[in-house]
Design a protein around this ligand. Sequence first.
Ligand SMILES: Nc1ncnc2c1ncn2[C@@H]1O[C@H](COP(=O)(O)OP(=O)(O)O)[C@@H](O)[C@H]1O
Ligand SMILES: [Mg+2]
Length: 691
Amino acid sequence: MSESKKKKQKTAEGVDDGAGGVNPWTGRPYTPKYYEILSKRKGLPVWQQQKEFTETLAKNQTLILVGETGSGKTTQIPQFVVEAGYTNDGKMCVCTQPRRVAAMSVARRVADEMDVNIGEEVGYSIRFEEATGPKTFMKYSTDGMLLREAMTDPLLSRYSVIVIDEAHERTLATDVLFGLLKEVLLKREDLKVVVMSATLEAEKFQGYFLEAPLMRVPGRLHPVEIFYTQDPERDYLEAAIRTAVQIHACEPPGDILIFLTGEEEIEDACMKIRREIGNAGDKVGDVKVVPLYASLPPQQQQRIFDEAPPPRNGIAGRKIVVSTNIAETSLTIDGIVYVMDPGFSKQKVYNPRIRVESLLVSPISRASAHQRAGRAGRTRPGKCFRLYTEASFKKDLQEQTYPEILRSNLGSVVLQLKKLGIDDLVHFDFMDPPAPETLMRALELLNYLGALDDDGNLTQVGTVMSEFPLDPQLAKMVCVSPQFKCANEILTITAMLSVPNPFIRPRDQQKEADDAKAQFSHVEGDHLTLLNAYHAFKQNGEDSQWAWNNYLNFRAMKSADNVRSQLMRIANRYNMNLQSTEFTSRDYYLNIRKAILSGYFMQVAHLERKGSYLTVKDNQEVSLHPSTCLDNKPQWVVYNEFVLTTKNYIRTCTTVEGAWLIEIAPHYFDLSNFPACEALQVLQRLYAKKK
Ligand SMILES: Nc1ncnc2c1ncn2[C@@H]1O[C@H](COP(=O)(O)OP(=O)(O)O)[C@@H](O)[C@H]1O
Ligand SMILES: [Mg+2]
């Protein structure tokens, strides 16, 4: 009997129930852990529906599945697909996740559930990290990575079943995948697509997917009592901490989940909660306070699944999870009874008029608020504390969050679609078509970068750019770097820009941290400072203790190193000339700065006479971000990022020369359509001088 037939027979029997069974995937006896998890899996609502799911999938090409968070969709459905035999003839099942954290965490969990090693039979793929192998038949992937795969394999022929999970999130990549899949489904009758979601406008999805059948997983939600504040809270962070401490002192046992917006805020809250509860001493139970956000190392992320601490003096212990939106639907934490919802999350916003995309702390939607509250009722009746007024809930929050495609810069997506051969973007079947102005801005950007010609066709450099999993401007910078004899250095800078901020600055050691950073600081700018930090890290043998002593985030540095080697692999595929200018040459840094400008000439700011900066052409008033190492305000800077807060900042800035602007990007700094400003006058003089 062939290997695949053997598997087929075993899988047809479904999962193994009794002790002493042999795992068909590995040939090894099941471990006790397998049986332990199995008993939990059997309690999941979706468990009852395996037969119904398998039969419906057999009869239809597309299937929509809706069920409350925690009902077992993400972990069980791909296993049902495998057990139904769809992966027996060498094809795979892929399940997409909007978030890297979720893809990794769920893949690990499912590998445990199936009693196999992660990266072998079950794997994951996220940007810059591929944990799959020749034996992999099921994987979790970010939606962005699957989209990227479509560029080299437009029919996604490696997959027999594609599960698009968390469809309600309507991320940019998920929306584009929807459009692509609709076309692929017509060309591949053997392909099946399952669309899964927590809450979703089911009719809208059914309409879009040509009346695909809808399956509902019956919820098992306990009632959740909602509390609003009487008056608006001036400081939601302080209110959240205060409420958590009160709950811990007064309410019956049950874990707490607090939604905040980002890493810094979350770490700050964790520290304060620990301190305040610590001050109460033995009068209250023990607590375990755990943060959860995307850039947290995986082992620490796993701590959200730990048990609450044991009772102390007869008072029950409690787990307090302080999380970003990840815990809203992506990851289910059992045992939560109290939820604190301040009503905000970090959301992407894009203003096509001034071409600025930024992450902004914004009010959530009523749909999100509903999801958050639901997290309290997973195990038993719970309570949700909304740190805003009921009037505000009804009046200020919008019903649904806008799909990301309506609030994003589409440069990357348009480049990818062009690579996929989709030329007619206007008639592409988007579930919600993006604004024409946004599409136009994306085409304009790609044209200025030379990725598209004047007829909108992909150029040679555009093709190479699309191969890099980077924003078009970064990709362009990499592609031109050999011309400036600095590809090695540009790859490093690109890698450093692609990982979380490597410079650590603890609140109580700011001076020490700043002194440490000053060792790497380069007078000409932050990009070069990143380069110096990387070189120093390598020279010190990638030592974690050294990184710690120098206030560098070791994980970020290691991850930059990994990103760099992956970028290098792509560069080698295209025979890019990876050389450096002599370090002693005065052109060493100059060339690097020119290469940066070649990618980012659309992000330049000019120092005005009154002492502030104005972004060139868009004329937005900005300041250098306080983290910059530039201490003399240079006349021209190129910047990596526009940060919108109460004040507009440009972050990661490097000095450039005015003369380079008209040398490197004359087509962009064409004065015939240039708004009146001081920069215009300077450029006019520079052009005159050149003549
Ligand atoms: N890494 C993990 N460790 C422990 N339990 C987990 C882990 N990941 C998921 N679970 C559990 O698996 C169950 C099902 O979750 P999931 O399949 O994600 O549901 P859904 O996708 O419907 O929201 C939940 O009870 C959750 O707590
Ligand atoms: Mg899920």
